[in-house]
Design a binder for this molecule. Structure first.
Ligand code: CIR
Length: 332
């Protein structure tokens, strides 16, 4: 992929822009958007029918003047050139958690974070490390603050009120990197951990953190740049990517409530055993798959499919419900 002309303040290059579809508003009667009826807390039923987005959403006003449709990204490619991470705050032990694994140790978390950054670099990424912010105990989980693509970036509005201010550190970096930066606005809420990209399609989890309004706003933005969207209501997982990771070549790691979900019916599902559920959150970074250490069965399932696996100790982040993907924003 060709690079933007100049290195930016952040030290990483701007993602090369892609052509954008033009014409009628993309979300109107668009068969490529799939929205399931949502009733959080109740048994979700997933219907693959085309639906209009909620009427409260405004029509996109700006369309690119490019005349051609962009070719779809090759399904399975997950090529990244850089990543944004945020250092561990001293307050990490006060992070939100449902785990009963004890409090994370700050020094240990710093070591694990340093290894994580090293692994991203080994995968060929240039890594921008944002300063730690002790005001926000969960701020190391920078993935939740934004959605980044090769065409635009969207600043999230985290569902947990204690995390809302985290976007202040990320917004200027994204504005430096992208010409097009949109924002999720109230009453919408959206955590980046609820957003999974597979080629030109985005799967967006509806969870306690991401509401219909937030997911709807994101869908409008994504469609404006030629992406398709599927909404996936969840009952139990914190985030969509808590239970699913795309490895490439149609291989999808799935756990728990997502194993039988129709949204992912077209993939080669690799079920993650219940006792290894934490390992469902992995990241494919260029030629390698980064996984949490200690999950032998899932590691074997991934390796036997020909992927080079890198194991990373994640114990301190797991204590505050954080997985591998949460620790970075990976940029094409
Ligand atoms: C939280 O509850 O928000 C953090 N303690 C963990 C966030 C994990 N982020 C992610 O899965 N994307």
């Amino acid at each position: 992929m060709s690079r933007g002309p100049a290195e930016r303040k952040s030290g990483i290059s701007k993602p090369a822009p892609r052509r954008i579809r033009t014409g009628i508003p993309l979300f109107l009667n668009n068969p490529s958007i799939i929205i399931a009826p949502v009733s959080l807390g109740a048994e979700p039923t997933f219907t693959q029918s085309s639906t209009r987005l909620p009427s409260t959403l405004s029509e996109p006003e700006v369309y690119c003047d490019a005349a051609e449709e962009s070719p779809p990204l090759e399904r399975g490619k997950s090529l990244f050139t850089s990543a944004i991470v945020k250092s561990v705050p001293k307050t990490i032990a006060r992070g939100i958690t449902s785990a009963i694994l004890g409090k994370p140790d700050y020094e240990k978390a710093r070591e694990q974070h340093a290894r994580y950054v090293g692994a991203l670099e080994t995968c060929g990424l240039k890594v921008v490390v944002l300063d730690a912010d002790d005001e926000f105990p969960d701020s190391v989980f920078v993935e939740d603050t934004a959605v980044v693509t090769d065409r635009h970036a969207v600043v999230a509005r985290p569902g947990a009120p204690s995390r809302r201010g985290e976007i202040r550190a990320v917004e200027p970096v994204l504005s430096d990197l992208y010409e097009n930066v949109e924002r999720i606005e109230a009453p919408g809420t959206l955590d980046g951990g609820d957003v999974l990209q597979v080629g030109d399609r985005f799967y967006v989890g509806l969870t306690q953190r991401t509401n219909e309004e937030g997911a709807g706003q994101l869908s409008v933005f994504l469609q404006r740049y030629g992406f398709d969207v599927s909404l996936v209501p969840l009952r139990r997982f914190l985030h969509l990517k808590t239970g699913v990771s795309y490895l490439g070549d149609d291989d999808l790691l799935v756990a728990g409530e997502l194993v039988e979900n129709d949204a992912f019916a077209g993939f080669d599902g690799i079920p993650v055993p219940t006792q290894e559920e934490y390992c469902a959150n992995c990241i494919r970074v260029n030629d390698r798959v980064l996984i949490p250490a200690g999950y032998e069965e899932t590691k074997a399932s991934i390796s036997t499919r020909g992927y080079e696996v890198v194991e990373l100790e994640m114990s301190e982040f797991q204590k505050v419900d954080g997985g591998l993907s949460c620790l970075s924003l990976r940029l094409p």
